[in-house]
Unconditional design. Structure first.
Length: 290
């Protein structure tokens, strides 16, 4: 591929904040030049000349791009701005910020999940490795211990949701993988951040049904039966949504802003790098539109 040519798009750039316009301009360079993660952008002095902007304005634009995850900036003689992969954590954080100010119910979440999870599950049949199947079985065994009271409800609930996380990590469709992972982790955070949101396994058919569905799904994965996988997952998510929605119609919005660090049962394909959660502020709930 020929070396990309960096040049400003001819247009009048007067009515908007100049740093924002430079952000858009550099995004166009990335697209037009077919730049990939790791490719270097021009040095600051070159950007100032190309964009006819001050150093402060260029730096402001670069900081915006860095905060969006599109570039990473290193210091030193060999430093500068390089194109970067936008991480899942950046994307998840932006979605959580958006949902924080939206009316949201458990029914809303599960209606979307009921459409996506069966599609995702059927798509990973040929992608699951023996290690993935073993990890799925491990979550089922841990859930069985939860039913008998040998592990605490929080650990049990994490194992239930980890089953779905293993599947989403194997999904080849990046958009479907993103959406399923995001919904699953949001459910995890919302359900375990407040003990009242955890259904006690030994007191509910919810846990027994989950073990039954998960065990049947593993058998269907091993049999490469896509239709049965799709049917089982649809029934499973629908039933779970009915139970959860009956318990509480409102979602605690405050928990949307904090992604809880949770130890998973196995290393994921993409390792999470999260710090400790901030102290939880006073709870605020948003009621759904009737």
């Amino acid at each position: 591929m020929d070396k990309p040519v960096f040049k400003p798009t001819p247009r009048t750039l007067l009515r908007r904040k100049r740093a924002d316009l430079i952000v858009e301009e550099i995004k166009r360079w990335i697209v037009a030049g077919e730049l990939r993660p790791g490719d270097r952008l021009p040095q600051e002095t070159q950007l100032e000349e190309l964009l006819q902007s001050s150093r402060g304005t260029v730096r402001e634009a670069l900081k915006v791009l860095e905060s969006q995850g599109l570039i990473e900036i290193t210091r030193g003689a060999k430093g500068g701005a390089r194109v970067s992969n936008v991480s899942y954590e950046k994307t998840s954080s932006a979605l959580r910020n958006f949902l924080y100010f939206q009316p949201l119910t458990w029914s809303d979440i599960y209606r979307v999940r009921e459409k996506l999870e069966p599609m995702m599950a059927a798509s990973v049949i040929d992608m699951l490795t023996p290690a993935d199947i073993a990890a799925l079985r491990q979550t089922v065994e841990l859930c069985k211990l939860g039913i008998t009271g040998e592990v605490d409800p929080r650990t049990h609930r994490i194992a239930e949701l980890e089953f779905h996380s293993i599947l989403s990590q194997a999904c080849a469709n990046p958009l479907l993988r993103l959406l399923c992972r995001f919904i699953n982790e949001m459910l995890r955070d919302l359900s375990i951040s407040d003990p009242r949101n955890i259904i006690v396994p030994k007191d509910s058919n919810f846990a027994v049904d989950a073990v039954r569905f998960h065990s049947a799904l593993i058998d269907a994965f091993e049999a490469k039966d896509a239709e049965r996988v799709r049917t089982l997952m649809n029934q499973h998510v629908h039933d779970a949504g009915c139970i959860v929605s009956q318990r509480e119609e409102e979602v605690d919005q405050d928990n949307l802003l904090i992604a809880l660090p949770v130890e998973t049962l196995r290393p994921r394909r993409t390792i999470d790098r999260r710090g400790p959660a901030a102290p939880k502020p006073k709870s605020r709930k948003t009621k759904a539109n009737k």
